[in-house]
Design a protein. Structure first.
Length: 408
């Protein structure tokens, strides 16, 4: 089963389907984050779009998503309603109705005074709605049959017909029992807003940490969903698992402890360093030993970056911000030097540029702020300056931008 998603009228692209599925995933995460029951658990695409277990009872959720600014209101004539009823009716032989509840969650509104209003409250009588649904189902079936008999084309109510037939096939007692367990949640937030809902639900964390924690939690959750489909883990993801992951992330943020994984590592024998490292350093007459050292530190820093980004969702943004900081620190030294050497000889320019490189390699890690509070390994700053040199975001020669123009 999958949630219906539309970006525009009549649009059913692969993008819409992907958004619909991701909406299911985020809705499941929001449900488990907001749950207070110890046994709370969530499963996707088993009996329904989302299956939520609370206090030993299952809630089967059908999700109808849309990015339309004004989705049509849900009514007794809505295709989404009858498709949902059909999906639930098909599940009935597999479950005990006494242990089940059902909910239609849609971003579409419910019109004021709608005959579906009793579904807003589980305790409200469904007697009138039962009669309305039966009348509508008979109308759909009869009009379709009459049109077919008279050879009309296209036939009416094609999308609603299976749901109406399935509903009418139920006994009156089963219809009544099913509907007593059905609720509707209209005007639900779409995929853009549900991410904010997850962030806001993390009330046990300081407000300034919630964005980062929710981002990392969603990254972890996405992986668990994939694993659940690939039989790498149990199908249900429990509230306990989510709480444990949140505690781990809180501890990581509290200490921000980062390990220097490559302090004692060296590049593998088959490593081929980016040619731009040597090209930049040769412009300022670096020694062969200095070039090899720079290449080694660049490998360390690049490897460390890759490991951090693979393990932690917040690292890409942190690394980017720190790179911008390193460029500013470099610019405060390279800019005045380049200005002072505009009329200098080439030898003087090379000597001045060599000093800038040697500052980046020997002194910068002691003078600039560390990447994290506990970080002390020199290779990250040394190597990051080489990563930036490869990208030509920094350079050593006063005229490196001009001299490297056109060189990849």
């Amino acid at each position: 089963m999958s949630s219906a998603t539309t970006v525009g009228s009549g649009s059913h692209s692969a993008v819409d389907a992907a958004l619909g599925f991701y909406y299911q995933s985020l809705y499941g995460l929001l449900a488990i984050v907001k749950a207070t029951e110890d046994d709370a658990a969530v499963c996707l695409e088993r009996l329904d779009d989302v299956e939520i277990v609370l206090n030993g009872r299952s809630l089967l959720v059908q999700l109808k998503h849309s990015l339309s600014k004004k989705p049509a209101a849900v009514s007794v004539a809505s295709v989404a309603l009858w498709k949902t009823l059909r999906a639930w009716i098909e599940v009935l032989p597999k479950v005990s109705l006494d242990d089940m509840r059902f909910q239609l969650v849609t971003v579409a509104p419910l019109a004021t005074g709608s005959v579906l209003s009793p579904l807003l409250d589980e305790m409200t009588s469904r007697a009138g709605l039962l009669s309305v649904l039966e009348t509508e189902a008979h109308r759909v079936v009869n009009e379709h049959a009459e049109a077919k008999k008279n050879g009309r084309s296209p036939l009416p109510h094609v999308e609603r017909l299976p749901g109406c037939l399935a509903y009418l096939a139920l006994s009156n007692a089963t219809r009544e029992k099913l509907l007593s367990r059905v609720t509707i949640q209209p005007a639900a937030n779409d995929i853009n807003k549900i991410q904010r809902d997850i962030t806001n639900a993390l009330r046990h964390f300081p407000p300034d940490q919630r964005d980062l924690i929710s981002q990392r939690l969603m990254e972890w959750w996405d992986l668990q969903i994939v694993y659940s489909f690939c039989a790498k883990r149990e199908r249900f993801i429990t509230r306990l698992e989510v709480q444990e992951r949140l505690l781990e992330m809180a501890g990581e943020l509290a200490t921000d402890e980062l390990l220097a994984d490559y302090r004692f590592e060296v590049p593998p024998d088959d490593h081929s360093p980016p040619s731009m490292i040597a090209t930049q350093l040769q412009l300022v007459n670096c020694t062969s030993f200095e070039i090899r050292s720079a290449q080694r530190e660049e490998w360390k820093a690049r490897s460390q970056r890759h490991k951090w980004m693979k393990e932690r969702a917040d690292m890409a943004a942190r690394i980017h911000r720190y790179d911008e900081y390193l460029v500013l620190e470099w610019g405060d030294r390279h800019g005045p030097m380049a200005e002072e050497h505009q009329s200098a000889t080439e030898d003087e320019k090379q000597a001045a540029g060599l000093e800038i490189f040697r500052w980046s390699f020997k002194q910068a890690h002691q003078e600039v702020d560390p990447f994290a509070k506990n970080w002390s390994a020199s290779y990250y700053v040394r190597g990051s300056y080489q990563v930036l040199a490869v990208e030509k975001s920094v350079g050593w020669h006063p005229d490196f931008v001009t001299l490297l123009k056109g060189i990849a």
